[in-house]
Write a protein that binds this ligand. Structure first.
Ligand code: EPZ
Length: 421
């Protein structure tokens, strides 16, 4: 396994290019299972999770070529309908192949995804939505087994105890494109990645209205064609670099991000006193004065994204004063707290909240990555801390960040990757 070694503190300066959005690319790759025709998807980030999805598609009999960030997918004639445990356990997002395979092949067998470091990850809303479309669904030997001669449009409410569900919305929307009649998804997720998927499906010939709102209407069609598409920039990667500029008191220009996808983070960083300026498609982030503590609560989009909670907590850990983080999407998403504490952070957990008392400076230490975004938080903390930080188990980081240490190196970070003895 690899580890990342960082010497801090460093002020990051320069320009960084944002890659395509992982959480757009994954469901869009699944959507190619709805057609017999070739699809080209551009700006796909070369990540572990993308490679896992490629393995799943190939295992189904789909031909996939991936060069640079261009994916060519030829699903013609695929007939295998099983997404096996060995891949789904690597990446629970694989579950979003259920809807497309079922809609195309009338049956699907997808390993029931387990939980992960950020908590129990149920799929009850996925199953509720697929059942509402008329499928017969059961769980057998750790697999969700789905059958449906013909899916029929339905009105389904997909809100759960934690609000809307991104991938449940994706799963049901994809299945509904080939159902007979109209489907309405109420309390649909509004994330930009859901809109991106809807736009790709529309290019394939699907009839979808309302993506990006809580009410999505899908009129089923007989078949879908191939499409060529470019995924949106990754707002979570962009946000991670914005926080990197703030925590290192640097000056970074983020190139190619979608400013309109980052409203909640921009608002929070500006509340803290971070200087953020928009120049066309570039976002420049600087620290021109001492920062103030802020409180944040994670919510479904357009609320503050849970995927930027850990990164913001690392920043709050070095802002003088008391900040309160409340995690409403994954109440247990605090694996980074104990690791940040090893670096001298003062954080107290109270239920689904974390009380952060800022310290003057963090100190470098050996720490362990636990999940994708917690790993990013530790990288940010390591760049601000005094001394050496070794972050082990960085495969978590590779799941969602495209060559992050190379991008940070170019911004002046003292960072490198080495084999873990
Ligand atoms: C997507 O996961 C993202 N992953 C996650 O990003 C992100 O954290 C999450 O949305 C929330 O924004 C991808 O898009 C591949 P949810 P998803 O269903 O769709 C509960 C990352 O770091 N829920 O929107 O699986 C669930 O437990 C990853 O890139 C149910 O109760 O998340 C959570 O509390 C991590 N029943 C809430 O809803 C269900 O059937 C939101 O989860 C489904 C979800």
């Amino acid at each position: 396994m690899d580890k990342i070694v960082i010497m801090g503190p460093t002020k990051l300066k320069g320009t960084v290019e944002v890659s395509g959005a992982k959480n757009s690319a994954l469901p869009i790759m699944a959507a190619t299972l709805l057609t017999n025709e070739r699809c080209i998807i551009k700006k796909v980030p070369p990540l572990r999770d993308v490679n896992t999805m490629i393995k799943i598609l190939r295992n189904l009999g789909v031909k996939v070529q991936f060069e640079g960030s261009r994916l060519a997918v030829d699903p013609k004639g695929y007939s295998n309908y099983v997404a096996p445990y060995k891949y789904v356990k690597e990446m629970r997002a694989s579950f979003c192949v259920l809807g497309p395979i079922l809609a195309k092949l009338r049956c699907a067998q997808v390993s029931y995804p387990g939980g992960c470091a950020i908590g129990n990850r149920p799929v009850d809303l996925h199953m509720k939505g697929i059942r509402a479309l008329g499928a017969d669904l059961k769980i057998e030997h750790g697999y969700v087994v789905a059958k449906a001669k013909q899916l029929k449009g339905a009105h389904v409410y997909l809100g759960g105890a934690f609000g809307s569900s991104v991938l449940a919305t994706d799963n049901v929307m994809m299945a509904a494109t080939l159902a007979r009649g109209k489907t309405v998804i109420e309390n649909a997720a509004c994330e930009p990645e859901v809109v991106d998927l809807a736009e790709f499906l529309t290019k394939m010939g699907a009839r979808i209205k309302g993506a990006g709102t809580h009410f999505i209407e899908i009129d089923g069609v007989k078949k879908l064609g191939g499409a060529e598409y470019e995924v949106i920039p990754d707002r979570i990667e962009a946000g991670t670099f914005m926080v990197a500029a703030a925590i290192t008191k640097g000056d970074i220009t983020i190139r190619g991000a979608r400013y309109d996808h980052l409203g909640a983070l921009i608002d929070k960083l500006q509340d803290a006193g971070v200087a953020i300026a928009r120049h066309g498609k570039d976002i420049r982030v600087r620290v021109l004065r001492s920062l103030k503590p802020v409180d944040l609560t994670t919510l479904p989009y357009p609320g503050f994204p849970t995927d930027l909670q850990a990164q913001m907590m690392a920043l709050m850990a070095v802002i003088d004063g008391i900040s309160v983080v409340t995690e409403k999407i994954y109440p247990d998403r605090y694996m980074h707290v104990s690791e940040l504490a090893r670096m001298g952070a003062q954080i107290k957990l109270e239920g689904d909240s974390a009380i952060v008392k800022g310290v003057k400076e963090l100190s470098g230490a050996p720490v362990m990555a636990s999940d994708l975004r917690a790993s990013a938080a530790l990288v940010l903390a390591g760049m601000a801390a005094r001394g050496r930080t070794d972050i082990s188990r960085v495969y978590h980081l590779d799941r969602g960040y495209d060559r992050i240490e190379q991008k940070l190196l170019r911004l002046g970070a003292n960072i490198h990757r080495e084999k873990e003895e």
